[in-house]
Write a protein that binds this ligand. Structure first.
Ligand code: SAH
Length: 260
């Protein structure tokens, strides 16, 4: 049995309880060494065989899994953050299905959640943004047509940009080409939730210079949008004038007051 486990964004105690229990029982752990906190491996039992997938191909990973599976071992494939975001798990799952090897996925805290926590922000603010676009700059991995940064920038929604810390000059250009003003607030979050976490607030037009000044070129997320600014409207959900399934509005309050 194979478990794809989300390791969380970095801090050792941000793995789920289920994920930790699986690490403690695993016979084999294959972890994404470039980003997974190696301290998590201390949960492994002494007899556990541990592989760093950073230097392995998909074929190598599958070979390790197949061999362990033949011995009916419990295998953890440990991915950074949540495995569903740039985790390259689909190709592994397809091969496991072909080989009739069972698997389950254990979600994790994605770095985009840890980054919001680091900047103490809410991505979805009433009247400002009700959508979060998770995307990346085109690099060696191509990005399909109509999914370029400029296409998404046109929406003015919250954007969380992965895998792009070394491409910030192009990112700025693309964001502005799509319609964002250069003065739109932005933040660079380096190693969210790790002890060495850093947050740099800037604007779209200063992303590249801010990263250069602090020598950030990897393991960072770029957050963009007015959710980082000061204005928003309070939520209806907790407004005294708003009735919903669990609460009746207070009669003297306006139904939808204009509160700034
Ligand atoms: N599955 C992971 C993302 C893997 S892609 C997740 O859910 O977070 C790897 C990219 O994620 C990195 O290049 C970086 O952009 C981002 N990343 C991963 N961990 C990070 C962290 N702790 N802080 C900031 N960015 C991080």
């Amino acid at each position: 049995m194979v478990y794809f486990v989300g390791a969380g964004p970095g801090a050792v105690d941000l793995i789920t309880v289920r994920g930790k229990q699986l690490l403690e029982t695993a016979d084999v752990i294959i972890y994404a060494g470039s980003l997974v906190n190696p301290q998590l491996l201390e949960y492994a039992k002494p007899t556990c065989c541990i592989y760093d997938s950073a230097g392995m191909t998909l074929e190598d990973v599958i070979a390790v899994i197949e061999k362990a599976e033949q011995q009916r071992q419990l295998i953890v494939r440990l991915h950074t953050g949540d495995p569903s975001i740039y985790g390259a798990i689909r190709e592994q799952m397809d091969i496991l299905n072909e080989k009739q090897i069972s698997f389950e996925i254990v979600p994790g805290v994605s770095s985009f959640c840890a980054a919001a926590a680091a900047v103490q922000a809410e991505y979805t603010l009433p009247h400002i943004s009700q959508s979060v676009i998770i995307t990346r700059m085109e690099g060696r991995t191509p990005v399909p047509d109509k999914q370029q940064i400029a296409d998404y920038a046109a929406h003015g929604a919250t954007m969380v940009i992965f895998l792009s810390a070394s491409l910030l000059q192009q990112l700025q250009t693309e964001l502005m080409k799509g319609g964002y003003s250069g003065k739109t607030p932005a933040a660079i979050v380096y190693k969210a939730s790790w002890p060495e976490e850093q947050v740099y607030r800037c604007t779209i037009d200063t992303l590249a210079e801010t990263a250069a000044a602090h020598e950030i070129h990897k393991t960072a997320l770029i957050l963009v949008g007015s959710f980082l600014g000061d204005s928003y409207e309070r939520s209806l959900l907790y407004h005294p004038g708003f009735t919903h399934g669990y609460r009746q509005a207070e009669p003297e309050k306006q139904q939808y007051p204009d509160i700034k």
